[in-house]
Design a protein around this ligand. Structure first.
Ligand code: NDP
Ligand code: HSE
Length: 433
């Protein structure tokens, strides 16, 4: 029997695309890939912006600068989109899916914005749309939610889903690094997005939370905003305070049921107890906790960013799509049962850490404390550190509603003796997030 051939077109040969092409062209792995795909995989073309750029490991004859023609080509069975961006990437993916060509992408921004509509388009034309690499880099969390946990009632998904920010926070915690050099190092290593604002302000993690929630809770992937706070306001003093108090600061993405009918999805930094498993997730590693009603807690851990780890997830999807092509089937998109009510972040309660720089004068502490009291935020502990005429105040509150804490901070900003407000970070206490 002759071996079927699956023709693969790749758009993008940056950190992820070049690593993927390397894996697909690795002669020592050819038989293993053929077994897994039930077909021989042939890379027919690799589209980039600049064909003149040196690209070790990619035969120049494969390169093209015409991504649109590749996406519309009749000579491909699977299109891999690892270029990034929204508008052009969407047009390439739509061109392929609408002709029945399966698509594999790592584009979390686009999947979060239009994933459900694109998956439906593929379904209508008998094509797969896979995007395992969009969340957690090498960590196969989407497939686990899509298959092994498909019948489970998920209560909560909580994770460290951005490698760049975890790398920066780890460097600040273990090396005492400043924020800027740690970010520059993350960019050099290929962890960061083209615009690192997406990482440090939590947009990238928010896209991943939306994708996780779609599979865990059946929410639609459409253009939606969720509560989001990044790490750019976190200072070395906050990291140091957390360490002394027995915590580690992490950027968490959370999607959880609230009561019977509610859903909260959000991204924010959190002080995680040092003995919590998430506190041990260092560097660009990602980890995702899933709490199922019958499965109990589960956790996945692995390289969450970087070209080579991410390419392994893309390759897994290519093999899946190829197998489906050969057997003449395609995966049905996940169920959308979007009946859960969105619970505003302000309605959720937590313990908070808040730091302020104030003038070191009589009466200042009392005036600051009265603001907390006016907004029903009870102070659990307070630490004062003097620097010349200034004092840094670090508060830990009792559990308080987020909206009351937000109102406290808003009013504190108007108090004359308050020079600046530093961080406001949730503290994970017990099982609460
Ligand atoms: P890079 O910026 O390193 O590479 C992008 C590649 O796409 C480049 O080769 C570029 O060409 C090419 N490209 C961009 N626009 C076009 C276009 N219109 N037509 C043809 N080629 C184009 O990005 P990454 O590899 O880091 O990321 C790619 C995707 O993977 C993004 O969606 C990202 O969010 C996602 N991702 C990245 C991870 C990572 O750790 N890096 C992890 C998980 C997902 P040229 O080389 O000529 O400039
Ligand atoms: N910029 C992303 C991160 C890449 O740092 O996690 C992986 O999605």
């Amino acid at each position: 029997m002759t071996t079927p051939v699956i023709r693969v077109g790749v758009i993008g040969a940056g950190f992820v695309g070049s690593a993927l092409v390397g894996l697909l062209l690795d002669a020592s792995r050819r038989d293993a890939l053929e077994d897994a795909a039930t077909a021989a995989l042939e890379v027919v073309a690799v589209a980039v912006r600049d064909v003149a750029k040196s690209r070790p490991g990619i035969p120049p004859a494969l390169l093209t600068d015409d991504a649109a023609s590749l996406a519309a080509s009749a000579d491909i069975d699977v299109l891999v989109e690892v270029a990034g961006g929204l508008t052009l990437a969407r047009s390439y993916i739509e061109a392929a899916l609408s002709r029945g060509v399966s698509v594999v992408t790592a584009n979390k921004a686009l999947m979060a914005e239009r994933g459900t509509a694109l998956a439906r388009l593929g379904h209508e034309h008998g094509a797969d749309l896979f995007y395992e690499a969009a969340v957690g880099g090498a960590v196969p969390i989407l497939r686990a939610l899509r298959t092994s946990l498909a019948g489970e009632r998920i209560e909560r998904v909580m994770g460290i889903v951005n490698g760049t920010t975890n790398f920066i926070l780890s460097q600040m915690t273990s090396e005492g690094s400043d924020y800027a050099p740690a970010l520059a190092e993350a960019q050099t290593r290929g962890y960061a997005e083209a615009d690192p604002t997406a990482d440090v302000e939590g947009y990238d993690a928010a896209a991943k939370v939306l994708i996780l929630a779609s599979l865990a809770f059946g929410t639609e992937l459409r253009d939606e905003q969720i509560a989001r706070q990044g790490i750019s306001g976190i200072r070395a003093v906050d990291v140091e305070f957390a360490r002394r108090a027995g915590y580690v600061i992490k950027l968490l993405g959370v999607a959880e049921r609230v009561g019977e009918h509610g859903l909260s999805r959000r991204v924010h930094p959190a002080m995680v107890p040092a003995d919590h498993p998430l506190a041990a997730v260092h560097g660009a590693m990602n980890a995702v906790f899933v709490e199922g009603a019958t499965s109990g807690p589960l956790m996945w851990l692995g390289e969450g960013a970087g070209g080579a780890p991410t390419a392994t997830a893309v390759l897994g999807d290519v093999l899946d799509a190829a197998r489906n092509r050969v057997s003449g089937r395609h995966d049905v998109p996940f169920m959308v049962d979007d009946t859960l009510e969105r619970v505003p972040a302000g309605d959720l309660a937590s313990v908070f850490y808040i730091s302020l720089d104030v003038a070191d004068e009589p009466g200042v502490l009392a005036s600051v404390a009265s603001v907390f009291g006016r907004h029903r935020v009870s102070i659990q502990s307070m630490e004062q550190f003097g620097v010349g005429n200034e004092a840094r105040l670090s508060f830990v509150t009792h559990r308080a509603l987020t909206r009351d804490v937000d109102a406290t901070i808003e009013e504190l900003a108007t108090v004359e003796s308050v020079d600046s407000i530093g961080a406001c970070i949730r503290v994970i206490d017990g099982g609460n997030s």
